[in-house]
Structure formats: C-alpha cells, structure tokens
Design a binder for this molecule. Structure first.
Ligand code: NAP
Length: 269
C-alpha cells in the first residue's frame, strides 16, 4: 500500500517538501507519495479531515495554518502543546495527532550556528516563531518583535525562556545588545514584501538566521553578510524538521541529512 502524505499551506508552490520526502521514500525503498496541497484558511479543517478519510497517513502544515492545525487536533504531543502550534498532523484510528518538529529542527541548526547565545531577538510571532522560541529555551533573554503586539505577548507568556514582547519600533535599541537575530516572519519570502531593517546597531559578533528559504539567500541574509555578519538561511531547518516527520509517517529515521541539504542547495542555488 502506498503511504500518502503531503504538506498543506497557502501559498504552497514554493515548497521544497515534496522533493525532500519523495527522495527519501525512494532512497529507503518505501512506496510513498508526498504532495503539496494548496488550501486557503477557510477550507483548512474540512480539507484535512477529508485527507484523513481518504486514507492519508498524515500531513505537514505550513504558513498560515500552524495554529489551526494545533486547534483541530484530538491529541497533541508535548512539543505541539508547548508551542501552541503544529507543523505535523498524523492520522491514526480516526483521530488527528498534532506534533511540532520545527522545535527539534531548529535545535539541530543551533548545534552548528551560534557559539554563545545570551540575547536573542526573534522577529515575528506566527506559527513558526513559537518553535524557535522553544528551541531557544536555554538562551538568557529572548525578545519577540512583532507587528501585532498581542501575538508576541501570547508567545512570551507560553515560553520557558526569559522573554519579552515588543513592536518593531523597539528594534534599533534591542539590536545593540543582541548576539543572535532570527527572522521568523514571512517577509522576504518570494512573493512577499521585503524584510527591511537597519542592521547597523547589531554588534559585529552577532549571528543572523532567516528561517525563510525561498529564495535560499534572502535580501535580509545578503544585507547581514554585507555587514560582515555570519548569516544562515532556513534550508537547514527545513531539512532537519523533516527527519522526525518522515519517521512519524514511515517509522524510518533518515541518517544522511547532509546529502539532502547539498542536493537542495544545488537544485535551488
Ligand atoms: P505565519 O504564521 O503566517 O506568521 C507570519 C509572521 O510574519 C507573523 O509574525 C506576521 O506578523 C509577520 N508578518 C507577515 N507580514 C508582515 C508584514 N507585512 N509586516 C510585518 N510583519 C509581517 O507564518 P509562519 O508559519 O510562522 O511562517 C513564516 C515564514 O517562515 C514562512 O516564510 C515560512 O515558509 C517560513 N518557515 C520556514 C521553516 C523552515 O523550516 N525553514 C519552518 C517554518 C516556517 P503579524 O502577527 O502581525 O501578522
């Protein structure tokens, strides 16, 4: 029997997930099919329930549905509960089980990124931001900067780390004492407005991560590199978060993650 899975989002044409999962299905010799499903918010729940009825094993969930995915689940694994958002829904015996593999995905990235993170600034408070903040739980202070202050406040209340919520006008002051700046907004993504911030106040040793991965090198990353800062794009997180999702669908753990990273960099670079 073919394992049917996919990713539900809007927009979704940018997604590299079908390439990742379909390659892994072929690599490990499992009959599987992973599709991108474009669904607007008002159809999210009915579509997901239909896919479950159609015998799909589960779906990944991306922009803008991660909070809705958390809300429609019958059961939530601890990571989804902690974040209040889900990027993975597994269908089992008529129930929907939510998980959040973005946390583990970003944690894996952290192992190779900052040497020391005491003060982080997270731009954005959407579905992905909670996972980033959860992964930064050992960080000294995390400032959450978002257009909608109430959403940043809600994430701050849920977080383990020492966090505080701000609007964008606080950014110039915050950046002066930041050693890790992470963009989790959709700004800079292909088809979205640019992320335009002045990086001049950042200390020279600061590191920058942009979870946006289309394009691979966003204007934000280019600006950070032009300032001489170490700057990394979201492809690594995308691949690392896919490993536990693939395991949830198939029971198989992918060990050679770097091979996939190299292959995607070649295709998209
Ligand atoms: P989301 O839930 O829709 O959140 C979007 C965030 O961007 C919100 O904080 C929103 O602010 C902010 N934003 C959007 N337009 C804005 C504007 N014009 N001005 C200021 N702020 C704006 O999306 P998400 O699921 O968190 O995903 C965000 C991005 O991360 C997407 O590009 C997605 O592809 C990427 N992502 C990458 C990975 C990876 O593995 N690399 C994982 C997850 C997500 P408000 O709250 O004020 O609306």
């Amino acid at each position: 029997m073919v394992i049917r899975t996919g990713v539900v989002g809007h927009p979704i044409s940018h997604s590299l997930s079908p390439k990742i999962y379909n390659t892994w299905f072929a690599d490990v010799g499992i009959a599987g099919q992973y599709e991108a499903v474009d669904v607007v918010p008002e159809n999210f729940e009915t579509t997901v329930r239909q896919l479950a009825r159609d015998g799909w094993r589960g779906v990944n969930v991306t922009i803008p549905h991660k909070t809705a995915a958390y809300e429609i689940a019958d059961y939530r694994n601890p990571e989804a509960e902690r974040v209040g958002a889900a990027n993975l829904l597994v269908f089992s015996e008529g129930k929907i089980i939510a998980d959040n593999t973005d946390v583990a995905g970003f944690r894996s990235c952290l192992q190779s990124i900052p040497t020391k993170t005491n003060r982080a600034v997270v731009l954005g408070a959407g579905g992905a931001a909670g996972a980033i903040i959860a992964a930064l739980s050992s960080c000294g202070e995390v400032s959450i900067v978002n257009r909608t202050l109430s959403k940043a406040g809600a994430l701050s209340e849920r977080a383990d780390a020492k966090t505080q919520a701000y609007t964008w006008d606080a950014l110039p002051d915050l950046l002066q004492n930041t050693d890790f700046l992470i963009n989790t907004t959709s700004l800079g993504m292909t088809g979205q407005p640019r992320l335009e911030i002045d990086l001049a106040p950042l200390p020279q040793q600061a590191e920058v991560y942009d979870i946006v991965y289309t394009p691979l090198e966003t204007e934000f990353l280019k600006a950070a590199k032009a300032r001489g800062l170490r700057a990394v794009g979201g492809l690594s997180m995308l691949v690392y978060q896919a490993v536990p999702s693939f395991k949830a669908y198939t029971g198989v753990e992918i060990s050679d993650v770097d091979a996939m990273l190299r292959s995607l960099e070649e295709v998209c670079g």
